[in-house]
Design a protein around this ligand. Structure first.
Ligand code: TA6
Length: 300
């Protein structure tokens, strides 16, 4: 892993990007420009904070989040890759894949303008990752911070055989009061209800949250809107090359069990995750690449 001095010498950008240690061994790129600020952990290439100028943070980070090497951080935009959910055959492998808990190295940083800053990270493979994933599939994360936040996960198949993945940008959005939120865009869409053992159902009307919600919406490319009524703002979520949208709030009992969402943290967050999960697998042919991307913006 590069030292802080090397990171700042090679990838720091005065007035845009500087690398700092949030806790011992946990390095974060602090991004600032005329349109907003963000923080990106180099572990997992994980956005852990994003706030457009004069806006409250849009990406939620638990007040009880832990920042320790190898541990997933509660909040932000965790990258679930190269599988979503439990591993298909080996329960000793980490849920949601290993991408979010391993070191990614910066490969490029650029001030696209005074209101847009771009950072590109590449996952650094190891014996551990190769044991869990014996394929040659270099993966990069391209993050653009500005009036909107754009995250693109690029998987290339450098193998000689087709490779199949599932994935998600498991984004935690900050809301004023999740009990007053409506999620629009998934009306009449089929979903797997993980609170009821994965039972297949169809969404009727807007999604509201009054208990634990854990749903994988299938075969949908729809833009979603989080109508944060109490917060008097809307968060717009558009996505490319994604057939699944996951909506999750643990509600009080699961949040208490998880222990890292902070005091009543479940009321201030909602995950709307864009990816390819469950039946929506992605097969990448040798020599080809797959680009999952999202764009987030706020309206009032
Ligand atoms: O995306 C929803 C979900 O799969 C939930 O079932 C819950 O497990 C959540 O992800 C958080 O998972 P994590 O491994 O980050 O605790």
């Amino acid at each position: 892993m590069m030292t802080l001095d090397t990171l700042n010498a090679k990838f720091g950008l005065p007035g845009h990007i500087s690398f700092k240690e949030k806790t011992a061994g946990f390095v974060v790129a602090e991004v600032t420009n005329a349109a907003g600020t963000a923080s990106i952990a180099i572990q997992g290439a994980q956005v852990i904070r994003w706030a457009p100028t004069k806006e409250k943070p849009v990406i939620w980070l638990s007040t009880a989040a832990k920042f320790a090497p190898g541990k997933s951080v509660r909040g932000g935009v965790p990258i679930c890759w190269p599988w979503f959910g439990a591993h298909a055959t080996d329960s000793t492998f980490p849920g949601h894949g290993y991408a979010r808990t391993v070191y990614w190295e910066p490969v490029a940083t650029k001030a696209l303008s005074d209101t847009q800053t771009q950072l590109v990270f590449r996952l650094v493979e190891s014996d551990t990752t190769r044991k869990q994933w014996p394929h040659t599939t270099p993966v990069e994360c391209h993050i653009t911070v500005g009036v909107s936040l754009e995250v693109e996960l690029v998987t290339r198949n450098a193998d000689k055989i087709p490779v199949t993945i599932t994935e998600a940008l498991h984004t935690y959005f900050e809301v004023e009061d999740v009990r007053q939120v409506k999620v629009l865009g998934l009306e009449n869409t089929d979903y797997l209800d993980k609170v009821e053992g994965g039972k297949r159902k169809q969404q009727a009307g807007a999604i509201t949250i009054a208990s634990e919600v854990d749903r994988v919406y299938l075969d949908t490319t729809a833009e979603c809107i989080i109508d944060d009524v109490a917060g008097k703002r809307r968060i717009h979520i558009t996505k490319q090359n994604s057939q699944s949208t996951v909506v999750w709030n643990p509600w009080i009992d699961k949040a208490t069990k998880m222990g890292d969402l902070g005091e009543n943290g479940y009321l201030k967050m909602l995950c709307v995750e864009s990816g390819n999960a469950a039946d929506n697998t992605v097969t990448i042919q040798p020599g080809s690449e797959h680009r999952l991307s999202v764009s987030y913006r706020v309206s009032r």
